[in-house]
Design a binder for this molecule. Structure first.
Ligand SMILES: [Zn+2]
Ligand SMILES: [Zn+2]
Length: 328
């Protein structure tokens, strides 16, 4: 019999892990330049840092090429997951298995699976929801670049991190239609090498993701933001106490202004967090903290009683009328 038959969920997990590995590489490439020079990494800007930006981009090429190969691998496995969801044995179409007179188990991995070049048409022929033409274009572009890198060790193309980021942002809602991007970002930050250190006391996946959030938000344009999160990028965002609490470890040094991951939903009585996917009831009254204009406060019987979703401060068992800085 055939053993170790893959499941669609296991393949999707690998595809997402590779997707967010690529994402994390690209954000680090941009972040590190910005931290050293204290300027935006924007190649289209004509300013006194132009030479440094170009020099840095040149030095980034090997890493950008490796990242392109990771995106291709993620794409290929994601499409295999779609086919596998119909039946894993469809992945063996076009294979020519060698049968043996001897009876015994055969590992699925010993069979040749569909070639990368055939996957988009296989998905469109076998799966309920077809891939868009634009997705297939990006898939083929990444695949051909990766082939050049794999076969010649390098590509003459000059990669730019923001163009690979744009491909990733476009592809996610095309592949994983019912998943939450920022929730997955945290989930897959907890499957990395550094996750070994995630004890939620000194570090956590939420902390890592909050640290990259300013670059993440700045790289996601208005249209991609709406597609990924279902809300306008310009819509006011609030603190999610659960996520800030999980991120606020000893090494976090969080800037709460950039940790806003929740939106007020239409009824005005709940907030929904893009990071944990949670929906939390709120009361609408003015925050009494000096200088805070917030009017979205968590309920007094919640896990974070009467904590302001704008400034992150709350009134717990302190004397009436006195607000104290919360642990978040
Ligand atoms: Zn949250
Ligand atoms: Zn407040």
């Amino acid at each position: 019999m055939i053993v170790n038959v893959p499941t669609a969920d296991a393949l999707d997990d690998v595809a997402l892990r590779l997707y967010f590995t690529a994402w994390s590489n690209l954000i680090k490439i941009i972040d590190e330049f910005e931290q050293v020079y204290d300027v935006k990494f924007d190649l289209d800007r004509d300013d006194s840092w132009e030479e440094e930006r170009l020099g840095y981009l040149k030095a980034c090429q090997p890493e950008l090429q490796s990242t392109c190969a990771i995106i291709q691998q993620s794409n290929e496995i994601a499409l295999k997951a779609m086919i596998c969801r119909v039946s894993p044995f469809l992945l063996l179409l076009k294979s020519d298995p060698k049968f043996s007179i001897q009876n015994g188990d055969v590992d699925f991995s010993e069979f040749r699976t569909l070639d990368a070049v055939d996957l988009p048409l296989a998905v469109n022929s076998l799966c309920e929801e077809p891939l868009s033409d634009r997705f297939i274009q990006t898939y083929n572009l990444v695949r051909s670049l990766r082939n050049t890198i794999a076969h010649l060790g390098a590509s003459t193309k000059k990669f730019r991190p923001e163009e690979l980021i744009k491909i990733l942002l476009f592809q996610y809602p095309q592949i994983w239609r019912s998943r939450l991007w920022l929730k997955d970002r945290v989930e897959f930050a907890s499957q990395t090498r550094t996750s070994y250190f995630h004890d939620f006391k000194y570090t956590s996946p939420h902390m890592d993701v909050m640290h990259e959030l300013p670059t993440t938000i700045s790289m996601i344009g208005k249209a991609d933001f709406k597609k990924l999160f279902g809300e306008a990028k310009s819509k006011r965002r609030y603190l999610c106490h659960q996520c800030v609490d999980a991120a606020n470890t000893r090494y976090a040094d969080l800037d709460l202004d950039v940790c806003r991951t929740a939106h007020l939903i239409e009824d005005g009585k709940n907030i929904h967090c893009l990071m944990c996917g949670g929906t939390f009831p709120v009361v609408r009254r003015k925050c009494e903290v000096d200088g805070c204009k917030g009017d979205v406060i968590s309920q007094d019987d919640s896990e974070y009683p009467e904590c302001c979703h704008t400034c992150g401060k709350y009134r717990d068992d302190a004397p009436a009328g006195e607000w104290v800085t919360s642990s978040v």
